[in-house]
Design a protein around this ligand. Structure first.
Ligand code: E4P
Length: 293
């Protein structure tokens, strides 16, 4: 191995260490010193390039992660329809159409069935494989949490409807830490929606029909919530509730809400169109006139 080869593979410190101890004439020494300098300059340049490459790789990693997150958000965003009823016959019928993603119930809806709450919920979870809301009736956070834990044991798809009050917020916070899904119900303002999102609610249900009933524009509350959640990337999903007619569903979908929970009669109205019926009749009448072989 010649001296050039020897030094070219060594780290700088070793090169300096070695040159002091080598016996060489002044020409050789000069030539080695020049070689060290060239090699040192080259190494410095390489270090700078390496730093730059590292910096660029870090930037690429960051941008890739950001892009993937954006892709995920875009892919995940789908509009869901829940059925707002505790009537299992309605749920069975709607489910057979293949368009129901979940179910919401409340004490009034259960009362209408004339059956026990437990009976209804046990049947519903066996029909629809999606989020099923079951509501607590306690008013204190301790009672809400206790009820919620019991309800959550019934099935993995159950989420717990909690009314938005200070006690409700406390309960939502505790349950979200335990991994129990919640649906913050009786929401009538964007402020309430901000608070439940901060508490960790899985869903929030703005009741638009009841707001319309008292002369407020329910859908405006939904638009505000969707905008605020988007601004701050809140994970709470917006269920547009207290829906009275098909236009409410269209508006909910247009403003970017995640879910519309619809009574069965609204679902029927959504599928029905007079021109579809007239069209079918005309096609069948004309088909009857087509000569058959
Ligand atoms: C939602 O989860 C509620 O059960 C429901 O939408 C209330 O609707 P209402 O105002 O028609 O009672």
């Amino acid at each position: 191995m010649n001296s050039g080869e020897f030094f070219s593979n060594k780290p700088l410190s070793l090169k300096f260490f070695s040159v002091d101890r080598l016996c060489m004439n002044s020409d050789e020494e000069e030539s080695f010193k020049k070689q060290f300098k060239d090699s040192f300059d080259q190494e410095m340049r390489l270090e700078i390039v390496k730093d730059k490459v590292d910096e660029i790789s870090r930037k690429i990693d960051f941008l890739e992660k950001k892009l993937n997150n954006t892709k995920k958000t875009v892919e995940k965003k789908k509009f869901m329809i829940f059925l707002d009823t505790a009537d299992v016959e309605e749920i069975r019928k709607a489910h057979s159409w293949g368009v129901i993603d979940g179910v919401t119930t409340n004490p009034t809806l259960v009362c209408k069935t004339g059956r026990s709450f437990e009976e209804c919920i046990h049947e519903i979870v066996n029909i629809v494989d999606g989020p099923i809301s079951a509501e607590v009736v306690s008013l204190d956070s301790e009672g809400m949490v206790k009820e919620a834990r019991e309800l959550a044991k019934i099935h993995k798809n159950i989420n717990i409807k909690i009314p938005i009050t200070p006690e409700g917020l406390k309960a939502i916070k505790i349950l979200s830490k335990e991994g129990i899904k919640t649906n913050a119900t009786l929401c009538f303002s964007a402020n309430q929606a901000i608070l439940v999102a901060k508490a960790g609610a899985t869903f929030v249900s703005p009741f638009i029909g009841r707001l319309d009933d008292i002369g407020h524009e329910g859908m405006q509350v939904v638009r505000d919530i969707v905008q605020i959640y988007k601004n701050y990337d809140f994970k709470t999903k917006v269920i547009v509730a207290s829906i009275r007619h098909p236009l409410h569903v269209i508006e909910a979908a247009k403003c970017g809400a995640d879910i519309a929970t619809v009574p069965f009669d609204v679902l029927e109205k959504m599928v029905k169109h007079a021109l579809t019926d007239v069209g079918i009749k005309r096609f069948l009448d004309d088909w009857a006139k087509v000569p058959k072989k």
